[in-house]
Design a protein around this ligand. Structure first.
Ligand SMILES: C[S@@+](CC[C@H](N)C(=O)[O-])C[C@H]1O[C@@H](n2cnc3c(N)ncnc32)[C@H](O)[C@@H]1O
Length: 278
């Protein structure tokens, strides 16, 4: 038996040494996971049983070696929904919750929403959860990621497909009200600057998109223009350094109006929205 405070302090020190960005938080999340409780309820725990300590130490060592926290707990939260995640799928990020929130706000009643590059299914699942009136479709190219999405979207009513977003949903051409997309957008040359957790554990298909990171966004501009109804809305995420270059992909195409860029909660440029000209 050991006292939780001491166990947590030692684990946080190990994580700090490993360069983990939020050592106290992650130490507590992992302990809660091992004890089958929540972080908020940890103060109610008097002792950590000896038989749980070995398991905890092993997880802390893996986190210190920079495996993503969510791969170790198997869970990621996104707005109000829980997602199963692990090797083979991009871990949904809190900043993407804003893009999902935008779609939830702007989609017309009983409208048609398509989530391109759905990964774990995070955006599609959140939209379906908060707007049960909508018809939601999603597509993912990568086989392992698609398998995670299948698991996460089971029972939600979302129509999930496997394929390339460049050609997906031929049956919906000209009818979609809102498109969301969190595409790969990191410039290949920015490899060095990507956090170790992402570089080593997020699929590369989820991260990188050509020399300037805008290749997928250029394809998205073309596909979205074909899928949306006139006046339909597109929202997509981009890197913080693409606050001008990403909206410019739409502005220069000459068929979009109301092109706007939006900041995330840290005040960084994060997603672009626009309306297909009528
Ligand atoms: C940055 S991740 C976003 C995943 C998810 N939407 C989220 O926000 O957590 C990009 C996703 O796009 C997928 N992807 C990349 N190229 C694609 C393509 N041509 N067609 C469909 N999906 C693609 C990747 O496999 C990855 O799952």
């Amino acid at each position: 038996m050991s006292r939780p405070r001491e166990v947590l302090a030692a684990a946080a020190a190990t994580l700090r040494e490993g360069g983990v960005a939020s050592p106290d938080h992650d130490a507590a999340e992992l302990l809660a996971h091992v004890l089958g409780t929540t972080r908020a309820r940890l103060p109610l725990v008097d002792e950590v049983p000896a038989e749980r300590l070995g398991e905890y130490d092993a997880l802390v060592a893996r986190r210190a070696a920079r495996e993503p926290l969510q791969h170790l707990t198997g869970v990621a939260w996104f707005r109000h929904v829980e997602l199963a995640v692990g090797p083979g799928v991009f871990v949904p990020r809190p900043e993407t919750e804003l893009l999902a929130g935008w779609a939830i706000e702007v989609a017309p009643t009983t409208g048609l929403v398509v989530d391109l590059c759905t990964g774990s299914g995070a955006v599609a699942k959140a939209v379906a959860d908060e707007r049960p009136d909508l018809r939601v479709h999603a597509v993912e190219l990568d086989e392992p990621a698609h398998a995670w999405a299948e698991r996460n979207l089971a029972g939600t009513g979302v129509d999930l497909r496997q394929g390339d977003f460049a050609t997906a949903f031929d049956d919906l051409l000209g009818t979609v009200d809102v498109i969301t997309c969190n595409p790969p957008y990191i410039p290949l040359e920015a490899w060095e600057s990507v956090a170790q957790e992402a570089r080593d554990h997020d699929p590369h298909l989820a991260l990188f998109s050509g020399d300037d990171g805008l290749d997928a966004i250029r394809v998205l501009e073309q596909r979205a223009a074909r899928l949306l109804r006139p006046g339909g809305l597109l929202g997509f995420e981009h890197a913080d350094v693409q606050g001008e270059s990403a909206p410019a992909v739409l502005s220069s195409a000459g068929r979009w109006t109301d092109v706007r860029d939006h900041l995330d909660l840290a005040g960084r440029p994060r997603f672009t929205t626009a309306r297909l000209a009528r």
